[in-house]
Design a binder for this molecule. Sequence first.
Ligand code: ADP
Length: 306
Amino acid sequence: MKEIKIFCPGTIANISCGFDVMGVALDSVGDEMVIKKVATKGVKITELTGQHLPKDTHLNVAGVAGLALLAESDYDGGFEIKIHKKIKAGSGIGSSAASSSGAVWGMNKLLGNPFSKLQLVKFAMEGERLASGVAHADNVAPALFGGFTLIRSYEPLDIVQIPSPSQLFATVIHPQIEIKTSDSRKILKTSLSLEDGIKQWGNVGGLVAGLFMDDYDLISRSLVDHIVEPIRSMLIPGFDKIKSSAIESGALGCGISGSGPSIFALSQGKENAEKVRHSMKTVYQKIGIEYDVHVSPINIEGIKVI
Ligand code: ADP
């Protein structure tokens, strides 16, 4: 096998209470990539459609992540990559992570899978370092593992896969404004009160337990963020209205997707997720903000060959 075409899912990082440690992969939102094994050493991005992004290997997350893999590999050749972006950069649904994890997943597959998924996460994190200045794994982990993931520890990297209840659907609305991950990190406080910490880790534990037990009520009670959302939501127009209308329409919970500006809601059943979609878009139509909105099942396999 010399060439593969793959689907690289969009991902929701943080999931309200799990700042920097939790993420989930989407099924109906994602990029496509074509990865080809070639004799020439290195990584070359030969085509990039859908978004205006740099094709230079060192400026594109796919190139940087790919080079991180090659540096650890004894393979003597290189790779050419075509990227077809469907996820907008800076949307908060893991645009950079889709490319960095897609590149290393595809390269690994063409090499006969010498690296574990955990190693691939480490390579893809180098792409994330380029995109946001921080080598975070909360988008690349779910893109590579699928479903929900928990980063129990960064040092050493320890990733836990969490099952997804079968009736869980995500609704994601993207207001057409751009917030850079690096900017939305700058406004965060660097310390937190013990009181907020206690509330937050109670909810992270509750969310993980709820996902394991298929307990939709527990999931709903746990989708609360006491630390980041109160600050970051100020950057997102109409956030409070979108959130309250999503909850009124039956969402289990609603919060900021990654660093925003996308807003996600989780619902039990597709019908509820569609009601939530309708209520969210009605809010933006009233305020006069352009948006994209998607309803998606949870993607439990992650990146896949198409
Ligand atoms: P998101 O959270 O949606 O990934 P970020 O702001 O974290 O958005 O990342 C987007 C940044 O990464 C932009 O500055 C963009 O230029 C850069 N970037 C480099 N290569 C890519 C790529 N292949 N896909 C998406 N973004 C890329």
